[in-house]
Design a protein around this ligand. Structure first.
Ligand code: ZN
Length: 411
């Protein structure tokens, strides 16, 4: 048993720390004509530029471009290329294109190579080296202010908020002094950090309550579970205002959502600016969508087990949200407003069963699929490994990581 764990640990360490290179299959040996290229052109697509412009600038054969486009048509359309995406073109001594590579996005690259008759195109995964990174910190003001609002930190914060979306309302539950620790894949290329991959485990201490998440693959699908192997997913999200939707929308203007929450009556009022997207907290059928007295624009959803949720004072109701329609958990059903009897823009939210109001926080509903007992041993081994990783994340390490990467909040 002890030995098995050690072997597992060794394996994991090896996989993540040393050889975790997601290399695509080694490049096929190039055919003779391509082996000796004469010059290599590298660059990034400029704003408003097409490949036609690129080829003209470097005085490359437009016939080659035509055939390259043709060859790639079934793999990736090259008619529209995106600004800032890098490309590499190799040409032989007669200025004939031998290779063309274009980064479609962060994860895939289009590789086009000359063959005897023309060109062949292939979409390949970008080769990243994976390293295990520790990120941690203490909440000051809100999650994004604490983790940093550079693109990568923001995406990591959103990933974290998605994982705990059923347990923590990141728009209004956070307290100064809450702490988080994250083990996340760092994706590196050419020795340089490029972006974060998946969070492998996370801990968020909210107002003294420890929330843990472990990534584990069940039936080929990766998901997050608590320490006991119970799914973190539940029938209802913690809040009808999605931290992800609010934060990604406002991130560019560096606005950090600090929502106020009041419970003046049978329900919850979320103050937020007009237009903030409102999401269904669970899968449901729309049973009312329209104007109703003091509620103003109102959507009522019927969920499983007789629960109904009310979303009032909306400035607008999303297209397609009509009586009888199904909506999915997290789907945007409207936007915050001040219609009906409202002193300022806010979402009036309430939950009822029959005619009786219920406190959404106290509704105990079944969670998603748990780790089956046959896999518990394996799962617990992974939990142990991840806990050791999280445990290594001391406050000193957090502070140092914060200085180095700018991704973690201080001590
Ligand atoms: Zn209200």
């Amino acid at each position: 048993m002890q030995k098995k764990i050690l072997i597992m640990l060794g394996l994991v360490v090896a996989v993540y720390m040393v050889t975790a290179v997601y290399s695509p299959a080694p490049r096929q040996p190039l055919q003779k004509v391509q082996q000796e290229y004469f010059r290599e052109i590298t660059g990034s697509i400029r704003k408003g530029e097409t490949l036609f412009d690129v080829f003209k600038r470097y005085q490359l054969s437009l016939e080659d471009l035509f055939r390259i486009r043709e060859a790639s048509a079934s793999v990736h359309r090259l008619r529209r290329v995106c600004p800032d995406q890098p490309y590499t073109i190799r040409v032989d001594d007669q200025d004939r294109v031998t290779d063309f590579e274009y980064w479609i996005d962060d994860d895939s690259v289009l590789c086009i190579t000359r063959n005897e008759t023309g060109f062949t195109a292939e979409k390949k995964p970008v080769a990243y080296e994976k390293r295990l990174l520790h990120v941690g910190g203490t909440i000051r003001d809100n999650l994004i202010a604490s983790m940093g609002d550079v693109r990568d930190s923001l995406l990591l914060a959103l990933q974290l908020s998605d994982i705990f979306a059923w347990d923590i309302d990141f728009t209004s539950d956070l307290r100064n002094g809450d702490t988080y620790r994250i083990i996340v894949e760092g994706l590196y290329r050419d020795g340089e950090f490029r972006k974060y991959g998946d969070i492998l485990s996370a801990e968020f201490v909210n107002d003294g309550t420890v929330n843990s998440a472990y990534r584990y693959t069940l039936d080929g699908e990766a998901d997050y579970f608590d320490r006991e192997g119970k799914s973190l997913k539940r029938a209802f999200l913690k809040a009808p205002l999605s931290f992800r939707r609010i934060s990604s929308g406002f991130s560019r203007s560096r606005f950090h959502p600090v929502l106020k929450i009041r419970r003046p009556h049978q329900g919850v009022d979320y103050s937020a600016s007009v237009g903030t997207p409102v999401s269904a907290i669970g899968d449901a059928t729309v049973i009312f969508a329209g104007r109703k007295g003091q509620y103003g624009n109102l959507v009522i959803l019927r969920h499983a087990n007789g629960y109904r949720t009310y979303y009032g004072h909306l400035s607008r109701i999303s297209k397609g949200v009509r009586t009888g329609r199904r909506v999915a958990q997290g789907e945007v059903i409207g936007a915050v407003g001040a219609t009906g009897l409202a002193t300022g823009p806010h979402l009036h939210f309430e939950m009822r069963i029959g005619d009786r109001p219920v406190n959404p926080q106290q509704v105990a509903l079944p969670r998603g699929k748990s780790v089956p007992s046959a896999q518990q041993e394996n799962f617990q081994q992974q939990v142990g490994i991840m806990d050791r990783q999280l445990g290594a994340l001391t406050h000193t390490a957090i502070a140092m990581a914060g200085e180095k990467e700018g991704a973690a909040g201080g001590k």
